[in-house]
Design a protein around this ligand. Structure first.
Ligand SMILES: [Zn+2]
Length: 205
């Protein structure tokens, strides 16, 4: 698995490629800006490694605690954090959840202290803005997903390369075999566990 610094370098070196390809496809400077911005944000602080104490996590500074429940619920490099689309979608939903908590808390404080924070009003006013600018929203989502995937791909290829280096070509294949063997072994050891008490009873008689 590449280090945090290597992941940062991959993000920064890939940025011109992502920017060039986006501009080549959409021929729009400001949509390219949204793709590139999303890519940079995702690669540096909204990526899959938020599931551990990583550089991405540290960059949230005072707001790091937001990601503690996320880290406790997911295993590092699980499909839910590193998988394509699901990883980014889950992180966005997770942040949305915190937004709901913020709205509920602010409306309680609003009622108790008679303040006029109206965070709910502010958020609902954002909805028409988002739906009018759906192209920018899509560009941003594409950027976020590309940033996340550049991370996951470098994780997977880094692991594959390490296995190749130590075991050669066979290092890339037998993982499935080894898993199958482990499953077989656990099944046979389970069945022996089931048999053994009965056999013990038989010997007692
Ligand atoms: Zn990772």
């Amino acid at each position: 698995m590449p280090s945090g610094r290597t992941h940062d370098r991959i993000t920064l070196w890939s940025l011109p490629i992502v920017t060039g390809l986006s501009f080549g496809l959409v021929h729009s400077t400001h949509l390219t800006l949204f793709v590139s911005g999303g890519f940079l944000f995702s690669g540096l602080m909204f990526g899959p490694d938020l599931d551990i104490n990583s550089r991405q996590f540290q960059r949230w500074g005072w707001f790091k605690w937001l990601w503690r429940p996320y880290q406790r619920s997911l295993n590092h490099r699980s499909f839910l954090s590193h998988g394509p689309i699901i990883g980014t979608a889950l992180r966005l939903l997770y942040l949305l959840n915190w937004l709901v908590v913020l709205v509920v808390l602010s409306s309680i404080i609003d009622k108790l202290l008679g303040l006029e924070l109206s965070i709910l009003g502010f958020i609902t006013s954002l909805w028409p803005l988002l739906s009018q600018n759906y192209q920018e929203v899509i560009a941003l989502l594409v950027g976020l997903e590309l940033g996340s995937m550049s991370h996951s791909l470098s994780d997977w290829s880094g692991s594959a390369y390490r296995r190749f280096k130590t075991k050669g070509l066979s290092g890339l294949l037998p993982r499935i075999k080894a898993k199958k063997q482990a499953r077989k072994y656990s099944r046979s050891s389970n069945s022996s566990k089931v048999v053994s008490p009965a056999s013990r009873r038989r010997t007692k008689k």
